[in-house]
Each structure stands twice: as C-alpha cells, then as structure tokens.
Write a protein of this length. Structure first.
Length: 128
C-alpha cells in the first residue's frame, strides 16, 4: 500500500502477533497497544502503575517520533488498566503529558493483559 509506513518497537510480541508498533498513513498515526518495556527489553516499574504508565508513554513517544509526530499530535488515548481502582496513578501520568494538549481519552478496566506483571496497556491516535 503506497503512503503507508510501518514502525517497529521493542516488543517481542510484534513478530509473534504480526503487528507494528505504529502505522502512519498520510497525516494519521495509529500506535498499537503499548506496555512498559524498557530499552533493555525488561519491564519498567513492576507493581507500580504510575511508573508503567510513564514508561509506556515514553515508548509511544518514540514510535510517534519515528512517524514524524510528537505527543502534541495525539488526538485520542485509550488506557487499559488491570486494576481500575488505581486510575488516579494513570491520570497523574496522563495529565503530566497531556494537560495542555487535552486529547480525548478513555480509561478501561480489564481483567488481565498478556503477562500478569503488565498493569497497563495504552494505544494512541495522532494527526499531523
């Protein structure tokens, strides 16, 4: 497909599931569900919802940069939390990044993610 750019990240699941960290088509960027993998391939912030959220947004920011976008281009966030009672930790991290940008946002409580130590997974959509 012309005009499509696939962007890889640091998740070992990308080749298994057959997906990209992000895809840019035209002026739109879609970032897949992202977790708190560190650059070393290990989870950042085990047991810490706020730390995992911050690392997840760092990973998303890297994917956006590869697509020519920034966090300021984000128009939608979707946050999937394994313990929705800890939403304030997620909201704090989200607000630190998006307090002025103010994308539409959805927070969803879910029963589990692919690995039990993952507390949050986040997707974003951006428009350049």
């Amino acid at each position: 497909m012309s005009g499509r750019q696939n962007i890889s990240g640091n998740s070992p699941y990308e080749p298994i599931f057959g997906y990209s960290r992000a895809v840019r088509v035209g002026n739109q960027v879609f970032v897949a569900g992202t977790v708190a993998w560190g650059d070393d391939g290990k989870l950042v912030g085990e047991g810490d919802m706020y730390a995992q959220t911050k690392q997840t947004f760092r990973n998303i920011e890297k994917a956006l940069a590869q697509a020519g976008a920034t966090m300021a281009n984000v128009v939608r966030t979707r946050m999937f939390m394994t313990d929705v009672s800890r939403w304030e930790e997620v909201a704090k991290a989200h607000g630190e990044i998006f307090g002025e940008i103010r994308p539409v946002a959805t927070g969803i409580g879910i029963s589990a993610l692919v690995q039990p130590e993952f507390l949050i997974e986040i997707e974003v959509d951006a428009v350049l």
